[in-house]
Design a protein around this ligand. Sequence first.
Ligand code: C2E
Ligand code: CA
Ligand code: CA
Ligand code: CA
Length: 279
Amino acid sequence: AKRAGRNTYRYYTGSMTEAAQYRLALDNRLRRALERNEFQLWYQPLYRLSDQRLVGLEALVRLDQPDLPPVGPAIFIPMLEETGQIIALGDWVTREACRQGRAWLDAGLDFGRIAINLSPVEARRGGTDERLRAALAASGLPPDRLELEITESGLMEQGEHAEGFLRSLQAQGVQLAIDDFGTGYSSLAYLKRFPVGKLKIDRSFINDLPGDANDAQLVSTMVTLGRSLGISVLAEGVESSEQLAFLTALGCEAAQGYLFSPPRPAAEAAAWLPRCDAP
Ligand code: C2E
Ligand code: CA
Ligand code: CA
Ligand code: CA
């Protein structure tokens, strides 16, 4: 297959634009990675601000093939979404995160919850509910150890199915987090209607804190909104101690960002985890 891929690539070189060649090469690379299981999950810690305790990990996919330069998810996720292969990747991510979570629990390590990202394309396709249920059952990870991150637009993609899907998640005990909160085009009405457990304030609002008065006001409003609805609020992309102090003073519940740690491989993430009794 590799040889055929290469020949194809050579054959088209004369007539394809550079961008098209790049896309074809990346597509070949992603197909190979899915076939050969070459993706990895890295983890970034989520901390509660009141006591600086670890309350969760966000699983973020990485592609590091030894013979090729690394490429980030911001590049390859959109490509997988276009080709529909995001379904296969999402399936792998779900099963791998559940497997890893179970292994940590068995080792007596308490990660709180593991959060996985659900692409709007996966949400639109449907069947997420069944795939989650199957992955949870196969791994033996308790459902209340899993969190699903979805953007506002991803939620809207579900249309009329959203409510049933979310109620079913809730019934299983899986928590729902709204990712990149504040950037989506949507009314806030869904917060009342849907069982949302967490709002993740997008990093673009956190970047210029505490200096930017507009952002400070917006973040303060989002924290108040969460509190009044009984929804947990987490700030994404916290990079400085000034930002942390500002968010703590506001009463923002939790945060994640380079100030604490960038995403790291599972073996390194294990070192952050406090011990617990294996259930
Ligand atoms: P996201 O879900 O909003 O994930 C947070 C991104 O912000 C991650 O980038 C993380 O490394 C980065 N980040 C965390 N803290 C900081 C910080 O303090 N400063 C800055 N500048 N960045 C920070 P990453 O891992 O490159 O992922 C990019 C996006 O790719 C994710 O955004 C998510 O939309 C998508 N993605 C990643 N993994 C998956 C996955 O398994 N499935 C799906 N569907 N999408 C994924
Ligand atoms: Ca996310
Ligand atoms: Ca985010
Ligand atoms: Ca700003």
